[in-house]
Each structure stands twice: as structure tokens, then as C-alpha cells.
Design a protein around this ligand. Structure first.
Ligand SMILES: C[S@@+](CC[C@H](N)C(=O)[O-])C[C@H]1O[C@@H](n2cnc3c(N)ncnc32)[C@H](O)[C@@H]1O
Length: 163
């Protein structure tokens, strides 16, 4: 598969999973954590499709499209390993959706980010909350959520906390 095809499938998987989460969370109140602003594409999709929710964004290097940068009250700027802990405390039990798109080419980085999600994100989640990630995650108290139709296993990961 060419890198172009791979990128297209990745973006399709992201959109399909974000839309699936929106539908699954209709009766689950709470805010959204967007981990990894990047270009701001998925942030923009979230704020358009989940307009009734507050979205908090985590990023260490702002390089997004200028129209896709959250205000200071909704941006945790800095290294996730330093910002996530206080955000989890501040929003404990009130996060309905975590979208973590923070992987990369370096195996060490992916391992650190996976470990961080597995060990730190749990207390933030409201009952019935969903965590989506480009990294394989195993979060205590959460079960795998079936992927959206047509999305291949391993392309994206989704778990749901018991309600
Ligand atoms: C693939 S991009 C996200 C793309 C985004 N979903 C979009 O649609 O444009 C990953 C982003 O995560 C950020 N990131 C990765 N690891 C991080 C960390 N440990 N702390 C803070 N930000 C991190 C990177 O700086 C990068 O901007």
C-alpha cells in the first residue's frame, strides 16, 4: 500500500471513529480531551460535530491552521507527561471522550504515550466514556469498543468505560 493510500485510510478511520463516538455518547455527559492538536483537523471536526461539548486540547508545539487553535482556557500547552495529570484531576469523572492522536515513528515515544494513557487517563473518564487512539491501549475498567464499519483492526483503537 502506498503512503498516500495509508494516509487516506488513517484519516477515514479517524473520521469514522470520531463520528461513531459522537453517536455512542448521546446520553453520556462530559467534556472532550483532544490529545495532540497537530494541524487541528480532528479538533476542527470535533468542535463542528460535538458543538455542545467543551473541548480541551493538549499540545507541546502549536503548528495548527490559525483558525484551529483553541483559546488559552481550553489549551493545555506543554509536554503531556507534565500537563495530563493536573487536567485529569481537574476533570475527574467528567470526560466523555478522549481522542489521542499522539503516536509517531519512534517506538520509544509510542511506548511512553501508550503507558501514559493506560495508567493516567482512567480517573478522568465518566461512566460510559470512550477513548479513541492511534495507539493500542488497555485501560483498566474499559472494554474494547467495536470499530466503525469498514475500519480494519489495528488502524485505530477504541475502548469504553463501563457505565
Ligand atoms: C499526528 S499529530 C495530531 C494530528 C491531529 N489529530 C490533526 O488532525 O491535525 C500529533 C501531535 O501530537 C503532539 N504530541 C505528541 N506527543 C506529545 C506529547 N508528549 N506532549 C504534547 N504533545 C504531543 C505533536 O506535537 C503533534 O502535534
Amino acid at each position: 500500500m502506498s503512503r498516500l493510500d495509508s494516509m487516506i485510510r488513517r484519516l477515514q478511520a479517524q473520521r469514522a471513529m470520531l463520528d461513531l463516538a459522537r453517536d455512542e455518547l448521546t446520553n453520556v455527559p462530559g467534556v472532550v480531551f483532544e490529545l495532540g492538536l497537530g494541524n487541528g483537523r480532528t479538533y476542527d471536526h470535533l468542535r463542528e460535530t460535538m458543538a455542545d461539548r467543551e473541548i480541551f486540547v493538549f499540545e507541546r508545539k502549536i503548528a495548527a491552521h490559525p483558525t484551529c487553535i483553541p483559546d488559552d482556557d481550553h489549551l493545555y500547552f506543554g509536554e503531556l507527561l507534565e500537563t495530563l495529570g493536573s487536567a485529569v484531576e481537574a476533570h475527574a469523572g467528567n470526560v466523555a471522550l478522549v481522542h489521542a492522536d499522539i503516536g509517531g515513528p519512534e517506538a520509544d515515544h509510542c511506548a511512553r504515550m501508550t503507558e501514559m494513557l493506560n495508567t493516567q487517563i482512567g480517573p478522568a473518564l465518566s461512566p460510559g466514556a470512550i477513548v479513541l487512539s492511534d495507539l493500542g491501549i488497555t485501560i483498566p475498567g474499559c472494554e474494547p469498543l467495536p470499530l466503525a464499519d469498514g475500519i480494519q483492526a489495528g488502524r485505530y483503537y477504541a475502548v469504553r468505560r463501563a457505565s
